[in-house]
Design a protein around this ligand. Structure first.
Ligand code: FAD
Length: 302
């Protein structure tokens, strides 16, 4: 069996694997796609100490760092079941069952897509999901935020301080965000809120040049010229496969304590799949390190 088996090969998983292996314990990492979300990321400007890098380049560095150690890397393998017996058992989609004394879950999350024409085509070419990451790229420009929940309105407030104008598109007749956020939003001079707005298409040539939406009351279709669209309709953790085995929040995020421990002894979690307050590369890496140290602590006591 492994001492520590990491599930997920994004920033959190890579960090956890390196921290575990540095304790000289038998470490493995199973990843559906090594690198995780950063494989879909263009410019990264907030990974502290690196002024600028690109996702695939950072993913290659993660892999290189992991390969410096004696870590059993099982890439292109998807975990489908976890069960605690004498050891913790992890079943893979290919039927193999891996055993480990401790497991670190770091299966990340994915942004919910709106699924309209132009979204996939213009990803990283004006379509963005993370205001902390990509907001500054739109300084002085006109952007839209799709989604009037807390994350959408937080994004709109954040962006309003950077860009020229923000248009919020909310599908329902009311914003769902907390009232304090709505009040803050409505106090800003450079924000327009469109309710009952059904996004139809993100338009562009080589990059985004506008958005079309239907007013659900009048059924008229309108087009707004702008340069960026932030999609804020939810971040979904990749935790469905865990079912009821591990305590998760209503949103599906794995509940962890300050050591990265879950409700099951020996099972730890890190990164975007957990209930951590913010989802960023640097935060995932930090929590991966925490979970690995937590797991090591667990191993020496059991
Ligand atoms: P992920 O990166 O999601 O990795 C999850 C890993 O788990 C992957 O290897 C995946 O294949 C694997 N996995 C999932 N399910 C299973 C399973 N069942 N079995 C086995 N493996 C599984 N953050 C920043 O700090 N700066 C930025 O500029 C930035 N830009 C971003 C741009 C985009 C387009 C996106 C999508 C995100 C961006 N982020 C950015 C957020 C950042 O990428 C994430 O916070 C970070 O990648 C989270 O790391 P993670 O390891 O927790 O999860």
């Amino acid at each position: 069996p492994f001492d520590v088996l990491v599930v997920g090969g994004g920033p959190a998983g890579a960090s956890a694997a390196v921290y575990a292996a540095r304790k000289g314990i038998r470490t493995g990492i199973v990843a559906e796609r090594f690198g995780g979300q950063i494989m879909d990321t263009m410019g990264i400007e907030n990974f502290i100490s690196t002024k600028y890098t690109e996702g695939p380049k950072l993913a290659a560095s993660l892999e290189e760092h992991v390969k410096e150690y004696d870590i059993d890397v099982m890439n292109l393998q998807r975990a489908k079941r976890l069960e605690k017996k004498d050891f913790i058992e992890l079943e893979l989609e290919n039927g193999a069952v891996l055993k480990s004394k401790a497991v670190i879950l770091s299966t990340g999350a994915r942004w919910r897509n709106v699924g309209v024409p132009g979204e996939a085509e213009f990803k990283n070419k004006g379509v963005a999901y993370c205001p902390h990451c990509d907001g500054p790229l739109f300084a002085g420009k006109h952007v839209a935020v799709i989604g009037g929940g807390n994350s959408g309105i937080e994004a709109a407030i954040d962006l309003a301080g950077i860009v020229k104008h923000v248009t919020v598109l909310e599908y329902n007749s009311e914003l769902k965000a907390d009232v304090v956020l709505q009040e803050r939003l409505y106090s800003l001079p450079n924000v327009t809120v469109l309710k009952n707005a059904l996004t139809k298409e993100i338009t562009g040539t080589d990059k985004v040049n506008g958005i079309s939406y239907m007013d659900r009351e009048t059924e008229e279709v309108h087009h707004i010229e702008l340069q960026g669209v932030f999609i804020q309709i939810g971040l979904v953790p990749n935790t469905d496969w865990l079912g009821e085995t591990i305590e998760r929040t209503r949103m599906g995020e794995i509940v962890v304590d300050k050591h990265g421990a879950t409700n099951i002894p020996g099972v730890f979690a890190a990164g975007d799949c957990t209930d951590s307050a913010y989802k960023q590369i640097i935060i995932s890496m930090g929590s991966g390190a925490t979970a690995a140290l937590g797991a090591f602590d667990y191993l020496i006591r059991n």
